[in-house]
Design a protein around this ligand. Structure first.
Ligand SMILES: *Cc1c(COP(=O)(O)O)cnc(C)c1O
Length: 969
């Protein structure tokens, strides 16, 4: 860039004398979060043709939705990083961390420091996007393939997905999978009464709208009478008991049902895996593989199935394929099953999953290897066995003969007193009843803990004697015989040096936000500031059990209360629940609230959900899961909801209208001027308005969906509120509702119409909520408003710079876009044969991440620069896009054939350049593309693989680590 920025006026005079108070305040955090410097912003505004951000807001936003005057809020004035951290420290100090022996699906674990620092706290891993561009995502794809292999091996079922949101939602996904995979016509799903209570809660929520009849039954004497399509067993049960599931599995199969087993992965190193016992699917959590408790999440759930059900798996599945040079390469398999393509035919709404936590769990298995995991399992089991033996020796009754890690002690009338004494000693146990306590061992359990436990029970015992005398408490005929984790990946990274370098090698294969902007429309890949991230690994937040006594979790709960209030104020709603652990789950919760509201008013027949054709795929999928009928509303040529069609559809469905789901600003990146009319039309017909809040980054501080017509919204904290994308999760999708829907928030209400839980833990994924709390606390309302305006300016700048090269498809008032813009390549593709895919892959040769491809319009790219990118980086992207346009022209001019040019050949690996070169374009152009792009030469990133063949991998489905020989051929 040669033209010098206009000199800011203040540099011409002497620096102003700052007061001591101003000096003490330091640089506002907003100045760090927002990328463009003032002089850069001036240039951006000049390119757009406005004089100020305020003028841009006046131009872009319809006056009818703008906030007028001061909006009352409890959000304090912005804190500095230091002040925010001190305040959060104060909240953290109000939590009490104890030894977690409560169990119930959440176990104590040690995150190996090498994994904590090099994965969990490493922006190369946590700022990555979902690997939809596989050529620049081979690192996280390799880690996820290891995750899938780990789950498949341990459960004895060959195909596992790349994570689900938690154990309870995984069980719900298994329930619907068994229903569509099986042949049974029955609506009944039988659930073992010894299942985790939170899993049963979520199953209830998810079963009801789908017409599934949930039968929770004690299975001691076999299955209940009658037909069934599926069965869920727990192995071990919630009580810790390990029972042989074989007879029940056979019985269910004999009646035409399929069987899922909820299993503890650590236990499966010692116990015969579900696949070998005849199960069709296995579900559970990978939390105890090194993932901090975090007061309930985020943790990666898992689901594995028999080979014949592979194509039924919900969520993402990593598979092996090959690249253009025939080398093995990874990518997401079977993407045609995804909800964004299936829409109203979707069978699951999962989008964001738990990739970062899945990577942590996979690394834990890789670092420990099969012997290490077995040793941890044996330690856990022996602690439990010796604990039980001590209690028995002391004359106490222990409930079960066979268990893995959890002992239930019978202490008639004394349970509370003993639990209180243990809590004072720093150990939390499960209070089952006045007569029973649950004691769950883990890799954190020590001999000292056993002594403390015995002491509280009034028992004296000698550990060494008991250890020598006590046999294992695992059923003899359920001992695991089969090998697992035999792949070299689980054997080659046992030293810290080896693991560190493997992680670095994988991270270097990927483009995350630490190397380049990720201009993905709708995904809002903005800064995840270090000060926001640091607190999540503080033990006071990270090591809380979700069912810890309330007195131990005061600080976190206060933080959540504040965050929920702030989010409600910022969106104009009355109440917020942070329980949904992804946007998709917020959608489901919101729609269930709407359905419950209609039911409470005696209007249960309202079940039609209107959804514009441009909506995100999760919208329709969530509506289906909420038991609604999806009716598509057309969009007009300007990309707006077609009001005439909307009115026609409202008229057609009348008293059956339940809701309209719209995204605002629209998925076309436009502030629709008539949104108030749209909302009013739905309300007049007795419907509710769901505003998908994924695009809130274009609204915060300027307009509130709850004030311009929305009854309910979900927010994506992993978009607008700075929780990192983690390569495809974690996410948090709070649901925000107007006053009349507040009684129907998930898990909060009571009475006939209450909506049940939508995630396993009461607050979903509270472990990452400090990030969003910190962001709001440091930005304040003014800072958030500035971020919004800057994001809108950045998008309009890109649109202004690129429109002459790639027409901007939709614009709103005065030609302005919102916080993202769609570049239309369809005409270019028609004229040149160069596709959006070619452009996306060519960007990788520039070391840039592609924008969102073909959503919401096929054949287009949707660019969202966000407020955190400075002008130099935005200009690097713009220059690359212009350089690519020049290359397209050369293809168009016939200089290069359509099937052999730098675009179709992209991305180019270093290896492909040193091989024999027989292309009509030069090697140096392949590596260092057209255009004076600053940074291309000194910042060259070499993609590790060439263009990946999607179809080959789908025809030859391989979803676990292939044998090493596969790489040598
Ligand atoms: C991201 C997104 C969603 C889904 O959110 P997840 O957290 O991925 O489940 C829904 N709608 C829109 C418009 C989105 O951009």
């Amino acid at each position: 860039m040669t033209d010098a920025p206009p000199a800011p006026s203040s540099t011409t005079s002497a620096p102003p004398q700052l007061s001591l108070a101003e000096l003490e305040a330091g640089v506002p955090f907003a100045d760090r979060h927002v990328g463009p410097r003032p002089a850069e912003l001036e240039r951006m505004l000049a390119a757009i043709g406005v004089g100020s951000l305020e003028e841009l807001a006046d131009r872009a936003l319809p006056p009818s939705i703008r906030d007028t005057g001061e909006v009352p809020t409890s959000i304090p004035a912005p804190a500095s990083e230091t002040e925010m951290l001190a305040e959060l420290r104060g909240l953290a100090d109000r939590n009490t961390v104890t030894v977690p022996m409560i169990g119930l699906g959440y176990a104590g674990t040690v995150t190996p420091p090498v994994i904590r620092r090099h994965v969990l706290e490493n922006p190369a891993w946590y700022t990555a996007y979902t690997p939809y561009q596989p050529e620049i995502s081979q690192g996280r794809l390799e880690a996820l393939l290891a995750f899938q292999t780990m789950v498949a091996d341990l459960t004895g079922l060959p195909v596992a997905g790349a994570s689900l949101l938690d154990e309870a939602t995984a069980a719900a996904e298994a329930m619907t999978l068994l229903r569509r995979a099986g042949k049974a016509k029955s609506p009944r799903f039988v659930v073992d009464a010894d299942t985790l209570p939170q899993t049963v809660d979520v199953l209830r929520t998810r079963a009801e709208p789908l017409g599934i009849e949930l039968v929770v039954a004690d299975l001691a004497d076999g299955l209940p009478e009658g037909d069934l399509f599926g069965l869920l067993l727990s192995y071990p049960g919630a009580s810790g008991r390990v029972a042989d599931p074989r007879r029940l599995i056979e019985e269910a199969h004999a009646r035409g049902g399929l069987v899922a087993v909820a299993a503890d992965l650590l236990g499966l190193t010692l116990l015969t895996p579900p696949g070998e016992l005849g199960a069709d699917a296995a579900v559970g959590t990978t939390q105890r593989f090194g993932v901090p408790l975090g007061f309930g999440g985020p943790h990666a759930g898992y689901l594995s199935v028999r080979q014949q059900f592979a194509r039924q798996l919900p969520g993402r599945l990593v598979g092996v394929s090959r690249d253009a040079d025939g080398n093995p390469a990874l990518r997401l398999a079977l993407q045609t099953r995804e909800q964004h393509i299936r829409r109203e035919k979707a069978t699951s709404n999962i989008c964001t999953a738990q990739v970062l936590l899945a990577v942590v769990a996979a690394c834990y298995a890789i670092y420990h290897g099969p012997e290490g995991l077995t040793r941890i399992a044996r330690r856990t089991h022996r602690m439990a066995a010796v604990l039980a033996a001590g209690l028995r020796a002391g004359g106490l009754e222990v409930a079960h003969e066979n268990f893995f890690d959890t002992v239930v002690a019978r202490v008639p009338g004394r349970a509370d007193a003993i639990a209180d004494a243990l809590h004072t000693a720093g150990i939390s146990v499960r209070r089952i009843s006045a007569d029973e306590l649950g004691l769950a061992c883990s890799e954190l359990t020590t001999v000292a803990h056993l002594r403390a436990l015995w002491g509280a029970f009034g028992v004296e015992a000698d550990v060494a004697d008991l250890d020598a005398a006590t046999p294992d408490a695992l059923p003899a005929d359920l001992r695991r015989e089969s090998e697992f984790l035999t792949h070299p990946t689980f054997h080659e990274h046992r030293s810290e040096t080896a693991l560190m370098r493997w992680l670095r090698r994988l991270a270097d294969a990927d483009l995350a936000l630490d190397r380049t902007m990720i201009p993905l429309g709708s995904c809002t890949m903005k800064l995840n500031a270090t000060a926001e991230m640091e607190p999540i690994t503080w033990p006071e937040f990270a090591e809380l059990h979700p069912f810890a006594p309330a007195a131990d979790t005061e600080g976190t709960r206060e933080m959540i209360t504040q965050l929920e209030r702030w989010l409600a104020e910022l969106t104009g709603y009355a109440a917020v629940s942070v329980q949904p652990n992804a946007g998709s789950q917020g959608e489901l919760a919101g729609l269930l609230a709407i359905a419950a509201y209609h039911r409470s008013r005696g209007e249960a027949e309202r079940n039609v959900c209107l959804i514009p054709s441009s909506a995100h795929g999760t919208n329709a999928a969530s509506a289906v899961m909420a038991g609604m009928r999806v009716v598509v509303v057309a969009t007009d040529s300007a990309g707006n909801v077609d009001l005439a069609d909307l009115r026609a559809k409202i008229g057609e469905h009348g008293s059956a209208l339940a809701a309209l789901m719209i995204t605002y600003p629209s998925t076309h990146g436009v502030y629709e001027a008539e949104v108030r009319e749209v909302c009013a039309a739905v309300h007049e017909a007795g419907g509710q308005v769901y505003v998908d809040g994924a695009n809130l980054n274009a609204l915060l501080g300027l307009a509130r969906p709850g004030a311009f017509g929305g009854d309910v919204s979900h927010l994506n904290l992993h978009k607008t509120f700075c929780i990192p994308h983690g390569g495809g999760g974690p996410g948090v999708g709070p649901v925000a509702v107007a006053e009349h829907l507040a009684p129907f928030l998930p898990g909060r209400g009571s009475g006939d119409h209450a909506v049940g839980a939508v995630s396993a833990a009461p607050y979903g994924s509270p472990g990452v909520l400090p990030i969003s709390w910190a962001y709001i606390r440091m930005m304040g309302v003014e800072g958030l408003r500035r971020a919004t305006l800057t994001a809108v300016a950045a998008a309009n700048y890109v649109a202004a710079r690129l429109d002459e090269h790639y027409p901007v498809l939709y614009a709103g008032r005065d030609g302005a876009v919102a916080h993202e813009c769609i570049l239309d390549l369809r005409g270019i593709t028609k004229e040149s044969g160069v596709t959006v895919d070619d452009v996306a892959k060519r960007l990788a040769d520039y070391g840039l991440h592609a924008p969102t491809m073909s959503f919401p319009v096929a054949g287009t790219l949707m660019v969202e620069p966000t407020e955190s990118e400075d002008l130099a980086e935005i200009d690097r992207f713009v220059a690359a896009m212009i350089g690519i346009r020049d290359e397209i022209r050369r293809v168009q001019a016939g200089e290069w054939p359509v099937d052999d040019n730098p675009l179709r050949g992209a991305p180019h690996t270093a290896a492909c350049l040193v091989d024999k070169w027989d292309h009509p374009y030069p090697r140096d152009l392949a590596a260092y593309p057209t255009g004076a792009v600053p940074g291309v030469h000194d910042r060259k990133v070499w993609p590790p693989v060439r263009r990946i063949d999607q179809a080959h991998g789908d025809r030859n489905l391989v979803c676990s680590c292939p044998p090493i020989e596969a790489y040598s051929s």
